[in-house]
Design a protein around this ligand. Structure first.
Ligand code: UDP
Length: 332
């Protein structure tokens, strides 16, 4: 089925951070969006008001959504905490691999052949060189990355045998916000939102996990990509998917920033001194992760517009400061 504005699309996990920004952009572009989310980690408030929202298990809810003239599926629903995946791998193999396999079977049964799959740089593990291209070895260092990589093998074979048209997007460090939608998790582990919580006065300081890595200032280097730019890539992927083809793209800015550079940018943007203290390394952190997105630029025509670090932090800060205002307003 051709995908054009007006088409019905399913967004699983559309109450989560990246999923809700994509759902918002799809609504803005005129698509008819149904979000399925069990709200285990997502926020109901992040689902755009124009979307139909179904609260519940993806596999329970998907058949009727797919049967309703559904042209494409954007599959975000997943377990995504690295540490938790090490402690409870069963939750990840079932929640990610088994659920996606069953969703693919439901799509086949309903004749829906267009998929965009939310994947991760964790598929590559510790790289030998950067920037990381899609041809480089995939050696995930935790079950989370292994589940996402395994799903790609399933998708590839379903594309070849059953005519599925699919794209897997391997995100590097997603950050920033889009309007009222940003990072707002019950348990936060990511650098930028945590640093901004210090600027908000919710935390006393930020801990820098290791300053003895082989990088210029000793702290880890990551490639930060704006969530709004990611949303564009999802749309470009869905509208160019071809039956029988599975494409894989890395999505990053191609620039790396150290933990100290991120904290300095947050100081500039917020005007807050943001106390920082060096702490031991976090298990499993590679020193440097930088994407090559050359393939996405060439094949999808993807043009990131907002992925310079200052804009990312500025947008994240506007969102975080707004959250504080909204919480304050709710208390009055
Ligand atoms: N980091 C840190 N302090 C924190 C959170 C993260 O120093 O409180 C570091 C982390 O070790 C990594 C970088 O910031 O080098 C980005 O971490 P994040 O969890 O945001 O993303 P990841 O790269 O692990 O996906």
């Amino acid at each position: 089925m051709t995908l054009t504005p007006g088409s019905h699309v399913l967004v699983t996990g559309g109450a989560g951070y990246v999923g809700s920004v994509c759902a918002t952009v799809l609504c803005e572009q005129g698509y008819r969006v149904t979000v399925i989310d069990d709200l285990s980690t997502g926020n109901r408030a992040a689902v755009p008001s124009e979307a139909t929202f179904v609260e519940g298990d993806v596999l329970d809810a998907a058949p009727s959504v797919l049967a309703d003239d559904c042209a494409a599926v954007f599959h975000f629903a997943a377990k995504s905490l690295v540490g938790e995946s090490v402690e409870t791998p069963a939750k990840y193999w079932h929640g990610n691999v088994v659920t996606t396999l069953q969703l693919l079977d439901l799509m086949r049964a309903a004749g829906v052949d267009n998929l965009v799959f939310s994947s991760t740089a964790a598929c590559y593990g510790e790289p030998e060189t950067v920037p990381i291209t899609e041809e480089m070895p995939t050696r995930p260092t935790n079950p989370y990355g292994a589940t996402k990589l395994s799903i790609d093998a399933i998708i590839t074979s379903y594309a070849a045998a059953y005519g599925l048209g699919a794209t897997s997007l391997r995100y590097f460090n997603v950050a920033g916000a889009y309007g009222e939608v940003g990072e707002n998790r019950a348990v936060e582990t990511h650098l930028i939102p945590l640093v901004l919580q210090v600027a908000m006065g919710f935390r006393e300081k930020i801990f820098i996990f290791g300053d003895d890595f082989p990088t210029a200032d000793g702290t880890c280097i990551r490639d930060y990509i704006h969530v709004r730019d990611l949303a564009d890539a999802h749309l470009l992927a869905a509208t160019s998917n071809e039956p029988g083809t599975h494409r894989i793209f890395n999505l990053g800015s191609g620039d790396g920033f150290s933990v100290r550079q991120v904290i300095d940018t947050c100081r500039e943007v917020t005007g807050h001194p943001i106390p920082a203290e060096v702490a031991p390394r976090r298990a499993g952190d590679p020193a440097t992760l930088i994407a090559s997105s050359a393939r996405a630029v060439a094949d999808l025509g993807w043009r990131p517009q907002r992925s310079d670090l200052h804009t990312i932090v500025q947008d994240a800060w506007s969102f975080t400061a707004g959250l504080g205002d909204r919480a304050h307003a709710a208390r009055r």
